[in-house]
Write a protein that binds this ligand. Structure first.
Ligand SMILES: NC(=O)c1ccc[n+]([C@@H]2O[C@H](COP(=O)([O-])OP(=O)(O)OC[C@H]3O[C@@H](n4cnc5c(N)ncnc54)[C@H](O)[C@@H]3O)[C@@H](O)[C@H]2O)c1
Length: 355
């Protein structure tokens, strides 16, 4: 029996997670995936009521679950970034979830903003380093608010941190078996210390002679991803570059309303979430697109070993999009709960067809 920690969070988090949980229930009825859910209240409302952002006890509680499903964090009533750092950062860093896995697949041709690109052309996965780089908080401001202000932010990479994420990406490229090509994306020409990545990539790559080693600087990678998305299969990159590159990737899939991610430490409790934020302006309006949160639940199923359930979620999302039962991923294109209904309906159809 799996126990899932659910943190709906802020803004539209509650509504999109509600749909993800309904889909999970529908999948479980088909595949027998056995689970219980424990909800946690962390987010802006809880913080404003209690002054508590994300206590140590919450992090300890997360470790007792099989996986974590997160909605979104961030609220304009609270200082920018405070809750995001405490909760998302707290979980990613606290549980050492060093892989941020972001699949980028085009499920329905009409959703792609590029001309003439078919679903076969967009099927890649970005492995973003998730615990180092510019997000570690090494730096600060001096003489803040004056004309003499100095702001410093260090990008921190360790050999161990770099190696483990690169190794994960090589394993994934091998396992995907699609092109067996791993593209490393960095900026080691301008940020010279990042050649730690280049050297580690070459060294680790020798253990994977069957995987083609490919390289692009981040600026060129953004260009190639638009010009020739079919080139990419598996991509490995630093925390900041991965953050940016995967928003571009989300657009190739149709928008932030569909893009999901896993924050993973292989073999340990991991967290799954849509890559979008809390979109506060849509809170409580039943207009947010829940597909990304549903796709995140699908990734969680895969991680927990229910491959059949994960495939069912992906097929059902694809069918609901291709038939335009979910006409687009824009807010308000369809009510949040109606989008959930459409995907649950497709799960029923797929399960009936499979007998
Ligand atoms: N992992 C996270 O929880 C996470 C990620 C990014 C941003 N944030 C936080 O979210 C808050 C809002 O940030 P933002 O506006 O930069 O990013 P956002 O992702 O919330 O919104 C970006 C744009 O996409 C739209 N959008 C997002 N999700 C959507 C959905 N499911 N359906 C339809 N439209 C959707 C929004 O309305 C907005 O126009 C901030 O507090 C930010 O720090 C949290």
């Amino acid at each position: 029996m799996h126990t899932i920690a659910v943190l709906p969070g802020d803004g539209i988090g509650d509504e999109v997670i509600r749909e993800a949980l309904r889909v999970l229930e529908a999948v479980s009825a088909v595949t027998g995936f056995a689970y219980t859910v424990e909800r946690y209240p962390y987010g802006a409302d809880h913080y404003l009521k209690t002054g508590e952002a994300f206590p140590d006890s919450a992090l300890r509680a997360m470790q007792d679950h099989s996986a974590i499903l997160l909605g979104a964090i961030g609220d304009p009533r609270v200082e920018t970034g405070l809750l995001e750092r405490a909760i998302i950062g707290g979980i990613r860093f606290g549980l050492d979830l060093y892989v941020n896995l972001r699949p980028i697949r085009l499920l329905a041709e009409h959703l792609c903003p590029l001309k003439g690109v078919t679903p076969a052309a967009i099927d890649m996965v970005v492995v973003r380093e998730n615990t180092e780089g510019g997000y570690v908080g090494v730096g600060g401001n001096m003489k803040k608010g004056t004309l003499d202000e100095v702001a410093v932010c260090n990008m921190v990479w360790t050999r161990k941190g770099t190696e483990r994420v690169i190794r994960f990406a090589f394993e994934l490229a091998r396992q995907r078996g699609r092109r067996k090509r791993l593209t490393m994306v960095d900026k080691a020409n301008a940020i010279r210390p990042q050649d730690l990545w280049t050297r580690t990539f070459e060294e680790v790559g020798r253990d994977y002679p069957d995987v083609e080693r490919d390289h692009a600087y981040i600026d060129a990678a953004c260009m190639w991803m638009v010009k020739n998305p079919d080139w990419f299969d598996t991509v490995v990159t630093d925390n900041l570059f991965g953050d940016i590159l995967t928003d571009l990737g989300a657009m190739l899939q149709g928008g932030l309303g569909i893009a999901a991610s896993g924050n993973i430490h292989p073999g340990k409790v991991s967290m799954f979430e849509p890559i979008h934020g809390s979109a506060p302006k849509y809170r409580g309006k039943n207009v947010a697109c829940p597909v990304a949160a549903i796709a995140a639940a699908g990734m969680m199923l895969e991680h927990l070993g229910d491959r059949e359930g994960a495939a069912l979620v992906e097929k059902a999302i694809g069918a609901a999009l291709r038939t335009r039962k979910i006409p687009s991923l824009q807010a308000g294109a369809i009510a949040t709960d109606a989008a959930g209904d459409a995907i649950i309906g497709e799960i029923g159809t797929l399960a009936a067809a499979a007998g």
